[in-house]
Design a binder for this molecule. Structure first.
Ligand SMILES: Nc1ncnc2c1ncn2[C@@H]1O[C@H](COP(=O)(O)OP(=O)(O)OP(=O)(O)O)[C@@H](O)[C@H]1O
Ligand SMILES: [Mg+2]
Length: 406
């Protein structure tokens, strides 16, 4: 199995099949090569009835290939595709009941909106009355009633995409596949349309697989997210799980910003230079002395000038603020952590005053911290301030993956 969680017995992850009943689509052990290069390696996941699953991955990671295999436009070398309990691996695309919506909507240019939507019904020889009723219902659903007589070139990108969706829904697909459906739209329209589509999918209750390389889109659209890296599945879970409990470094850094420090497990702590972060629970699965990576998000860091960190915040080290940036809704601090041993001189207070020109500047490790506006306003920092740094939440990952995990 290629799932990170399967390879690592310590990551809690119940196999989809056990966790959910009512599986709509199932990809089982799918592998694919093009010529000599391996494109997909042992990919397995389920999509539940009514669920939206997002495949998230960098360009070239194999997302479209997975979609094409589900749709029947590509054959896997190994593995099966099961739709609503039926093995469709050997069925041609048109017999699978799968609707695909690509980035380029490919509407029929010489047909009006309503003709575009009704086209599939016409070639299926549905009676005129039934056709009209379905088209009306779909026009209402995608809120294009007033545009029904327009041609594609008279529509905005977002409207064209809604026509493409309505046209696909007319076939009553059992599974919907979206390949970067918002790629051609501006940022604002993207956000609006993805919210519309999400609520539309909840109405029609058709399970969907979305492809995107936009992490924000993935977090907002997906009931669950599958993170794909170079042809294998790194992790699959709810947005909360993949964001807050990343199983691998790739997931942690691909999905949002993350700080990463190398450390060693020592008596229930992660030891990083002279710093010791208490982490009994997080290090329980590691050996004493094992080399690990400490991964934490910029918003999970608290800083304090008087060494009194808020409750629930575990102390990591001292640091010097190097830079303060206001980024609209939040504030970003660059903090250089002091992780080297330095004996405290007798006359020095515990948090001795240093400037950014002290030796830490050369040896310290930079991290990124973000603070929400109210916090930033309550305590203002400036470059050169010395602070205690603590973490409210973090992950500890193995530094070296074992051979069998690669
Ligand atoms: N028909 C094909 N013949 C040879 N190589 C292919 C073929 N289709 C895809 N590939 C290769 O497979 C890899 C994965 O392609 P795929 O289109 O699945 O990536 P993707 O994740 O959808 O990327 P993007 O985000 O850029 O769309 C790429 O390296 C691509 O060049
Ligand atoms: Mg693609």
């Amino acid at each position: 199995m290629a799932l990170a969680a399967d390879r690592d017995p310590h990551v809690s992850w119940a196999p989809d099949r056990e966790r959910r009943t009512g599986v709509a689509a199932s990809v089982r052990g799918v592998s694919k090569r093009f010529k000599k290069s391996r494109i997909l390696e042992d990919i397995s996941f389920d999509v539940a009835e009514g669920e939206s699953l997002v495949l998230l991955g960098a360009s070239g990671s194999g997302k479209t290939t997975i979609l094409r295999i589900i749709a029947g436009l590509e054959q896997p070398d190994q593995g099966r595709v099961i739709l609503h309990g039926k093995d469709v691996t050997d069925l041609p695309a048109r017999e699978r009941g799968v609707g695909v919506i690509f980035q380029a909507y490919a509407l029929f240019p010489r047909m009006t909106v309503e003709k575009n939507i009704g086209y599939g019904l016409k070639i299926r020889r549905l009676p005129r009355k039934e056709r009209r009723e379905t088209v009306n219902r779909l026009l209402k659903l995608v809120q294009l009633e007033e545009h029904r007589k327009k041609y594609p070139w008279q529509l905005s990108g977002g409207q064209q995409q809604r026509v493409a969706i309505a046209r696909t829904l007319a076939y009553k697909p059992q599974v919907l596949l979206f390949d970067e459906p918002f790629g051609a739209l501006d940022a604002q329209t993207r956000v609006k349309l993805r919210r519309e589509i999400r609520s539309l999918l909840k109405q029609v209750k058709v399970p969907a697989v979305f492809i995107t390389h936009d992490q924000e889109e993935a977090l907002e659209l997906g009931d669950r997210i599958a993170v794909l890296n170079d042809g294998h599945l790194e992790q699959i879970g709810t947005p909360d799980e993949v964001y807050n409990q990343p199983a691998t470094e790739y997931v942690a850094t691909f999905l949002g910003a993350a700080n990463l420090l190398l450390g060693v497990v020592t008596q229930g702590c992660v030891e990083i230079g002279s710093a010791r972060l208490p982490a009994a629970r997080e290090t329980a699965r590691f050996r004493e002395g094992q080399s690990v990576k400490l991964v934490f998000r910029p918003e999970d860091i608290c800083v304090s000038q008087d060494a009194n960190l808020p409750e629930g915040c575990r102390r990591l080290a001292n640091g010097v603020i190097e830079e303060v940036n206001f980024v609209g809704s939040y504030e970003r601090l660059n903090v250089r952590l002091d992780l080297t041993h330095r004996r405290q001189a007798e006359h020095e207070p515990p948090l001795y005053q240093v400037t950014i020109n002290t030796p830490e500047r050369m040896t310290g490790v930079p991290i990124m911290v973000t603070r929400p506006k109210p916090k930033g306003n309550a305590t203002r920092y400036k470059a050169g301030d010395r602070v205690a740094v603590g973490l409210t939440s973090f992950s500890v990952l193995p530094n070296y993956t074992l051979a069998r995990q690669r």
